[in-house]
Design a protein around this ligand. Structure first.
Ligand code: PMP
Length: 317
C-alpha cells in the first residue's frame, strides 16, 4: 500500500499496516462512522507508521546505519513505536519522557531494548524536548523530532490517508476527526483527502473538563483541556497550524464522555485506549451535525493494554 520503497523490504517492516477500515455504530439510532483500526499495528499504536517512515527516510538519506542511536522526546506511544522500529533496523533507541510514565510503558520499552531518561514532571514537555536535543548534541544521536518533523504528517498523507481512500466505498470523505497530540494524524489525513478532491472539513477533538485542568501551558489549543486522555494535547507541536488545517473546527468532548465511550468500545470488542473513545465520541457528534450520507472518518490510535494502571480499568478487578 505504501508508495515509498523500503530499504528493508522483505524483512520485518511489512508487519506495520495496512489496517482495516470499518464502519462502527454503537447504538441502533446512532450514525455510523468510518474508523481506521490503528491499534492493530504491531506495537499497538498508529505511531508505528510515523516511526517507520521517519526512520526509513533518515536511513535512506544516509543519516543512520546499523548501530546508530536514535532519540525522541515522547510521553509514550511514539517512543514505543520507535523502539520497535529501531529493534527491527538494528538501531539503538533512547526515549526521553516526563516522570510519571506508567510502569507498563517502561516495561515495554525495556523489553524492546530501548533506554530511557526521565525529566522532572513539573518542568513539562518543553524540558523533555530540551533534554532530547541535548542528548543528540552530546552523543551524536539522530533526533526524529515528531513535534516538528514534517515527515510525521507526511506519513499519514501519503500512507494512512491513501490507504483509507482505497478502502472507503465511494472514496470520498466529508469530515476527518481526531484528537491532537503532534497533529500529525489530522494534518496528514486532511491533506490526503483534500488533495484527492474530497470536500473535507478537519475537526480537532479536545477533551475538556472544568474540574480537571492540566497545568501544561498550551500554545495551540485552548488551555481548558482535560488530562484524562493521554497522548492528546501535548501542546508543543509545530505541525498543528491554521495554514495546515484551513476551515478547522475545534470540537469539545467532555472527558467523562471520552472515558465512558472508551469503556463501551472495549465492551463491544474494540480493545482501545482513551483517545479512541475521544475520537469516536467526537466523530459521532460530527456525523449527527452533518446528517445522513456524510462520510466521517476517524482513527482508533492505540490499544487498551497500555492503560491497565489508569482510571480506565478502575474497578475491573
Ligand atoms: N492518541 C494517542 C494515544 C497518542 O499517543 C497520540 C499522539 N501523542 C494521539 C492520539 C494523537 O496523534 P497525533 O500525534 O498524530 O496528533
Amino acid at each position: 500500500m505504501s508508495r515509498f520503497e523500503l530499504p528493508t523490504q522483505g524483512r520485518y517492516q511489512q508487519l506495520i499496516a495496512p489496517t482495516p477500515l470499518v464502519a462502527v455504530s454503537l447504538d441502533r439510532d446512532s450514525p455510523r462512522v468510518w474508523v481506521k483500526l490503528e491499534f492493530l499495528n504491531p506495537s499497538g499504536s498508529i505511531k508505528d507508521r510515523i516511526a517507520r517512515y521517519m526512520i526509513e527516510k533518515a536511513w535512506r538519506r544516509g543519516e543512520l546505519r546499523p548501530g546508530s542511536e536514535v532519540v525522541e522526546a515522547s510521553s509514550g506511544s511514539t517512543s514505543i513505536s520507535l523502539a520497535l522500529v529501531c529493534a527491527q533496523f538494528g538501531l539503538r533507541f533512547t526515549a526521553v519522557m516526563p516522570e510519571g510514565v506508567s510502569r507498563e510503558r517502561r516495561l515495554i520499552l525495556s523489553a524492546l531494548g530501548a533506554r530511557f531518561e526521565l525529566t522532572p514532571r513539573d518542568e513539562g514537555m518543553r524540558e523533555t524536548l530540551r533534554r532530547a536535543a541535548a542528548i543528540a548534541e552530546e552523543r551524536g544521536a539522530f533526533e526524529t523530532r515528531q513535534f516538528k518533523n514534517p515527515e510525521n504528517a507526511e506519513a499519514h498523507r501519503i500512507w494512512t490517508g491513501q490507504e483509507i481512500l482505497s478502502q472507503l466505498p465511494g472514496g470520498s470523505v466529508d469530515a476527518v476527526v481526531s484528537g491532537v497530540g503532534t497533529g500529525g494524524t489530522i494534518v496528514g489525513l486532511f491533506a490526503a483527502f483534500r488533495e484527492n478532491g474530497c470536500p473535507v472539513t478537519p475537526y480537532a477533538a479536545r477533551p475538556v473538563d472544568g474540574s480537571v485542568v492540566s497545568e501544561l501551558e498550551c500554545c495551540s489549543i485552548s488551555p481548558r483541556f482535560s488530562s484524562r486522555v493521554p497522548g492528546v494535547v501535548d501542546c508543543v507541536s509545530e505541525l498543528y497550524t491554521p495554514e495546515a488545517l484551513p476551515g478547522l473546527v475545534e470540537l469539545d468532548v467532555s472527558d467523562e464522555l471520552a472515558i465512558e465511550t472508551t469503556r463501551r468500545l472495549i465492551r463491544r470488542g474494540f480493545p482501545v485506549g482513551p483517545s479512541s473513545g475521544l475520537n469516536f465520541a467526537a466523530a459521532i457528534k460530527v456525523a449527527r451535525q452533518l446528517g445522513d450520507g456524510a462520510e466521517v472518518v476517524t482513527v482508533f490510535p492505540d490499544r487498551m493494554e497500555r492503560y491497565f494502571s489508569t482510571e480506565l480499568f478502575a474497578g475491573e478487578e
